[in-house]
Design a protein around this ligand. Structure first.
Ligand code: PAF
Length: 278
């Protein structure tokens, strides 16, 4: 396994490798990341993974400093997966100039709603780093989790709008046995919060049933917010949107997605569930 811990080293090593499937991560790897890597392996002979906690996608007062960093353990896991190339840059490598002077990539409209409304600038940070990583790693394919539903949509739009020669593959969310979506931020939960956390996915399931039964969207959303709060989470948003563009659905829309973000202790959990109504 080649470990490139700087941009010049990455550029040298990349030239030796052919077609690459790429999995960008912020490290602290778990079974969800390993599923992305295994999917990448099915799609290309060689797999590259990046580990970089990107300061540009964290807002003031968010968990950039406390975000779990476990590079030694991550590298062991990546060796176990037979990953060919790991890119492990420093913040200075990727942002040599002050952040305010760095070129940014903005995918308008879709970046400003839901998580983008609660975390202003977050998706500019995501789009900028993913664009930069694509330019450095030059993958033919990149694999992202569908847990970050809005992020995946932002990245797909960026690739389409800027005609980037990368195929974007989305992979279904990997869950714990009790339904909680796997996330590095689950590590922030106390044992008591961990017991409460699956209520998020349970609530999405109940909303999906209510939509399929022909319930009214506004009523379903409002009831679910109350139920989630009763179950011990603090909802940020809990909404039903159109799958195609995350717009507010009209009566003709069939392909819907329920999207949720909720606070539980130190953690901000996100999850989603697609639903087709008839
Ligand atoms: O989903 C993540 O882990 C991050 O947002 C990503 C895509 C690696 C960009 O920093």
């Amino acid at each position: 396994m080649i470990i490139a811990d700087s941009v010049p080293l990455l550029r040298r090593q990349r030239a030796e490798l052919g077609t690459l499937a790429f999995v960008p991560t912020m490290g602290n790897l778990h079974a969800g990341h390993l599923a992305l890597i295994r999917r990448a392996r099915e799609l290309a002979d060689r797999v590259a993974v990046s580990i970089f906690v990107n300061p540009l996608q964290f807002g003031a007062g968010e968990d950039f400093d406390g975000y779990p960093r476990t590079p030694e353990r991550d590298l062991e896991m990546l060796r176990g997966e037979g990953v060919e190339l790991v890119f492990l840059p420093s913040v200075r490598d990727l942002y040599p100039r002050p952040m305010s002077e760095h070129t940014k990539v903005e995918v308008p409209a879709i970046s400003d709603i839901l998580c983008g409304a609660s975390r202003p600038g977050h998706f500019v940070g995501v789009a900028t780093i993913v664009c930069k990583l694509f330019n450095l790693v030059q993958p033919q394919i990149a694999v992202f989790g569908r847990k970050d539903y809005q992020q995946l949509m932002v990245i797909r739009r960026m690739v389409e709008d800027l005609a980037m020669p990368v195929r974007i593959e989305g992979l279904d969310t990997i869950r714990e046995a009790d339904g909680l979506a796997m996330s590095s931020r689950n590590g922030y939960l106390t044992p008591e919060e961990r017991r409460i956390a699956p209520a998020l996915y349970r609530t999405l399931g109940e909303m999906a049933q209510a939509l399929k039964a022909g319930g009214e969207v506004g009523r379903i959303e409002a009831d679910a917010v109350v139920r989630l709060a009763e179950r011990g989470l603090r909802p940020d948003y809990l909404v039903v949107r159109r799958q195609q563009d995350l717009g507010i659905p009209g009566p003709q829309d069939r392909a819907l997605v329920i999207l949720a973000a909720a606070y539980l202790g130190r953690a901000r959990l996100i999850d989603n569930r697609e639903v087709r109504v008839s």
